[in-house]
Write a protein that binds this ligand. Structure first.
Ligand SMILES: [Zn+2]
Ligand SMILES: [Zn+2]
Length: 330
């Protein structure tokens, strides 16, 4: 089959590799759509730990074409979305129900072969069935959306609060929609005019190009600030954009080892609550429901559809100012 593999840090290859066979308890999925994620770029640069050689791609949907021994939950022809995170079920974190914090977490498309290929074999329990009527293309957003649903759970927005979303990439634009659904008045901060325009289409109450602009619109700050840019300057800025007693949730990914300066005195005296949200514990089926009902829109977020051949160049380059989600559909 045709696949895009990370051979080593900084090196990707596109070409033929053997078709995956379904192992016991696994299903083979014919990939319909796979999203390119910022994490893929971090992995290529060695800023996010992975296990090359490996087929990248952890956000994908498709059709079950083969089932392994012992699988009773799926059949050939089922439409599924991959939940890439495989927890061990028996470490101290798993035993406490904190599966995203599993000490032995293995992720499809990061530590084992993923969805930038024609086929991918994944554990049946990580192949989440699609609700009736949901398109495979929209379902490819279910993993990033599931991460945002977890972030919104952590943010615990109450209706009528104000939320600032920093970053107009896919995570920011999905969190923006969820904050709005939670009843918040929303402001999107991004330098890119194109992304601000998409933000307006998917329901931002206000947009701003810079934190200064945001502060002049809401001088008291926001009840919730979601940092979705994964940029050191905006991470440092996030607590300053929070109102007294506000919450900050870090959703964006900075490179491993990168540091950010906060002012504890300011956060202490204004009781700014700094929180973090990591991946998608038990949130992927809710994400699929939000996509199926149409409550969360994905169409305006697809800025490009590409083939696997284009992946090495796409992952090696910084996302352009107009890029939101690149989907691999061929
Ligand atoms: Zn991702
Ligand atoms: Zn575990």
């Amino acid at each position: 089959m045709h696949a895009a593999r990370l051979i080593d840090i900084g090196r990707m290859e596109v070409g033929g590799i053997p078709d995956p066979q379904p192992a016991r308890g696994e299903v083979v999925v014919k990939v319909a759509a796979a999203g390119v994620c910022g994490t893929d770029r971090h992995i290529l640069k060695g800023e996010f730990p992975s296990k090359p050689p490996v087929v990248l791609g952890h956000e994908f949907s498709g059709t079950v074409v083969a089932v392994g021994e012992g699988v009773t939950t799926h059949k050939v022809g089922d439409f599924v979305a991959c939940d890439p995170n495989i927890a061990c079920g028996s470490c101290p974190s798993c035993l406490l129900g904190r599966i995203n914090l599993c000490e032995n977490l293995v992720a499809v498309g990061i530590h084992r072969d993923g969805g930038f290929a024609e086929y991918s074999s994944i554990p049946a329990h990580r192949a989440v069935p699609l609700p009736a009527g949901l398109s495979l293309q929209a379902a490819a957003f279910s993993e990033p959306l599931a991460c945002c649903v977890h972030a919104l759970d952590i943010a615990a927005i109450r209706p009528g609060e104000r939320a600032i979303i920093i970053g107009g990439g896919v995570i920011g634009l999905l969190c923006l929609q969820l904050a709005r659904l939670a009843g918040a008045e929303t402001m999107l901060i991004t330098r890119s005019p194109d992304r601000r325009r998409i933000g307006e289409t998917v329901g931002a109450s206000l947009t701003a190009a810079t934190p200064e602009e945001a502060r002049s619109a809401w001088p008291r700050g926001a009840d919730v600030v979601l940092e979705c840019a994964g940029v050191a300057e905006t991470m440092a800025e996030a607590p300053r954009l929070a109102a007294r007693g506000g919450r900050v949730v870090i959703v964006g990914v900075l490179a491993k080892g990168e540091m950010v300066a906060f002012e504890p005195f300011d956060m202490l005296t204004r009781e700014v609550d700094l929180r973090v949200a990591f991946v998608n514990p038990f949130t992927q089926s809710r994400a699929l429901q939000l996509l199926a009902s149409g409550a969360v829109q994905t169409r305006p977020l697809v800025t490009r559809e590409v083939g696997r051949d284009e992946l090495p160049a796409i992952l090696a380059a910084k996302p352009g100012p107009t890029e939101v989600k690149v989907l691999v559909t061929g």
